[in-house]
Design a protein around this ligand. Structure first.
Ligand SMILES: Cc1ncc(COP(=O)(O)O)c(C=O)c1O
Length: 390
């Protein structure tokens, strides 16, 4: 064999039977083959073999099955980002003439996907408040309504949805329930009869702020029905990203617990500050969604908002005075982040909708990281002092 040929057909290392790596390797191959065409057509090759990375890849498949199990379902499709997961569900469950119910309090790009882009393809929408159960029932009862897509707690203002009530209404009217469970995490809300869960794996799952991913999770039949759409859409998760997310998940439980602990301590601290009008965190006993959240969730996550007793410019000044909190969107990674809520999360909302969501010009969102909470509180304390002294 000439050198050029050998380089392209290098020696392969076959492991003896029973000899396995403790960390599964990254299958960084777009194509998979079989010795013969006949082998490739055998039933087990068709059901569990691999062909082309856009269809599937063993590394990505490992992540899919892990996510499904963590959420208490039996299958999942991993995609390139959380928004690709949202889009996969929209494209896979709706057709022209159908209607979807969405919520004012939800993540802005999801509202944009439905209101600005999906509407171009003849899908109508109703946008309500997540607390408007009468309105939800009315909209779900319309025969053209096919899907309800919601979050709990919502991004950014941490409203807690009554998941049981929404699921019951949706089942009564044969509407598919989709819960974007990114804020609550893969370990929460599995006991509800949700048809499809969506997660941005970019957040708590990966946890290190260095890779993007998304997943749609559900029962086998529902995922099987979505799979051809996913393969054709081509928003495939790269196996390198899948590997990093699977690695990140190894510390998921530890990290989620610390995010939640830190966020609760900071929420309690902010409640003591005279400069703060209101703290929004479902872990606080006086949060309007606390009792519901306690029944629905194991823990409350790392994101909280607070309203400064100030205007928008004052909130920006406070944010600029922080040192350990980096000013940017996102959440669920090791570093603490801070965001001016109205500017970053609500550009598409009217004044009325802002009021429904509870977003004020002075609202600040914190995505609490894994630093020592004493340092984070000291940073906030310093920022208050600087802010007051102008
Ligand atoms: C609730 C929620 N859903 C979906 C997404 C989109 O995720 P990605 O940025 O991975 O596309 C985000 C991102 O912040 C989110 O917070």
């Amino acid at each position: 064999m000439k050198r050029e040929t050998r380089i392209n057909h290098p020696p392969t290392i076959e492991l003896p039977e029973g000899n396995r790596p403790l960390v599964p390797p990254i299958h960084r191959s777009v194509k998979f083959t079989f010795p013969t065409i006949e082998d490739s057509l055998r039933p087990e090759a068709r059901t569990s073999g691999f062909e082309y990375m856009r269809d599937s890849n063993p590394t990505t498949r490992e992540l899919e099955l892990l996510c499904a199990e963590l959420q208490g379902r039996d299958d999942a499709i991993a995609v390139a980002t959380g928004m690709a997961a949202v889009w996969l569900v929209l494209l896979g469950t709706l057709a022209a003439g159908d209607r979807i119910v969405i919520f004012v309090e939800s993540y802005r790009p999801t509202r944009v996907a439905v209101r600005r882009f999906l509407s171009r393809f003849g899908v109508e929408f109703s946008m309500l408040s997540i607390h408007d159960l009468d309105g939800i029932e009315r909209e779900l009862a319309r025969p053209e309504t096919k899907v309800v897509l919601f979050e709990s707690p919502t991004n950014p203002m941490l409203h807690v949805a009554d998941i049981g009530a929404i699921v019951e209404l949706a089942k009564r009217h044969g509407v598919v329930t989709v819960l974007d469970n990114t804020f609550a995490g893969l370990h929460n809300h599995g006991r509800f009869d949700i048809d499809l869960y969506v997660h941005s794996l970019t957040k708590y799952a990966n946890g290190h702020g260095d890779v993007m991913g998304g997943v749609v999770i559900g029962e086998r039949a529902r995922i099987k029905a979505l799979r051809p759409q996913a393969v054709n859409l081509g928003a495939t998760l790269d196996p390198g990203a899948a590997y990093l997310i699977t690695r990140g998940l190894k510390t998921y439980s530890l990290r989620f617990a610390r995010h939640s602990e830190n966020a609760l301590a900071i929420a309690r601290y902010l409640e003591t500050r005279p400069e703060v009008q209101r703290v929004h965190y479902p872990g606080l006993p006086d949060h309007p969604g606390h009792e519901l959240a306690k029944r629905q969730m194991e823990d409350f996550g790392g994101v909280l908002c607070f309203d400064l007793d100030s205007d928008e410019a004052g909130a920006w000044r406070f944010i600029d005075a922080l040192e350990l909190f980096a000013t940017t969107a996102s959440l669920g990674s090791t570093d603490s982040l801070v965001a001016p809520t109205k500017l970053y999360a609500a550009g598409d909302l009217s004044d009325e909708e802002l009021a429904v969501s509870g977003i004020k010009p002075s609202t600040i969102r914190l995505a609490v990281g894994l630093e020592h909470v004493d340092d984070l509180i000291a940073d906030l304390e310093r920022a208050f002092e600087r802010w007051k002294s102008g």
